[in-house]
Design a protein. Sequence first.
Length: 400
Amino acid sequence: MQRLKGKKYFIEYKLAYTAIIILVYILGRNIPLHSVDVSAYKAASGNAEIMLMQAIGGDVNQYSLFALGLAPLMISSLLMLIVMSCWKIRTKVKMSPKKMKDIQLILILIISVFQALIRVQELRFDVIGKLLFTARITAAMEMVTGVMLVMWLTERNKKYGLGGQVVLIYINIIDGIMKTVMRYNTETLLPLCVSIVALFATLIMEGSELRIPMQRISIYNVYADKNYLAIKLNPVGVMPVMFSSAFFTLLKLIMSGLHWLFPESEAILRWQENLVLTNPVGIGTYIAILYFLTIGFAMIIISPGEIAEQLLKSGDSIMNLHAGRETRKYLTEKLCIISFFSATVMSVCLGIPMILQLTGDINGELVMFPVSVMMLTGLWYNLYQEFKTVKSYEAYRPFI
């Protein structure tokens, strides 16, 4: 009885801590920046790009303390993943976690300052003249401070709560869906149908897996014939959709920086104008990024080379395959096929509403409705799995 009571209180504590983090985050999203003209954004409507970026950003109109949201954190995480992959290829010396954290912190600071300086140029303030410059600098400093606060909230939630940064992304997506439904409650039939398809497709891919028969030398019982290596049909979940948004934001930041350095260049200006999700070039770029990241993340996170090396060291092998190079090639091919299939399903769910937006059949704010449902489903599934893991751990903790 005492064990069950302790288990109950442990889970309740984690849920309560996460609830407090969510309340603080929602409060920060509703604190406007210094001297911003809030009334100018009351009736403003979003488009496909704004609604998609809301998942990794803060509020839709980006005029609050948490205007930049998780975007700098996700962009820096993406850059760190690329850097560490290159580091791993070039040298076998591992970088210390502290050094990695310090590098990422510097990246977050640089990205957040750059984003804040660009964003304040687009904000509408209720002051003019010399006070406008002061208001912009103050607002930029508040945005950077907001990013640091969001980072702290995610770290605390990761340590004491449930879900880490996923919970905050979850709040952003739910907020976007609710506002969209309330504003367009009579025009959501077509997006709703696509959303239902996206929901079931995500659940099927998250819950299904490819099972590769294994031969393990350490098993000499009835379970030897039932051993397998499992790879999900959605190898890295909906993570590529969110990181594609971060990568797309990074490209836009780079183009904005290049335009600032070379204002006379027509090619840079043309790319900057076309790199939006209301343009075929921008949509094509985003879909290409999604394919690249889905396959790339699958190769990095699952790592067929490491699996093949571990099997070679342990003496285990895939049925009818030699260990080593042949196993690595086989796993790489299988992972490429699965991740390509996953990217195609997600691209269809993304692409159909975007194309319908270009033809005028769907409003810009409704374009991201199916994508939001897809991300929400994937994140909910992961949170559910984490909750189950916590319950299982607590059940066995008295024996550990």
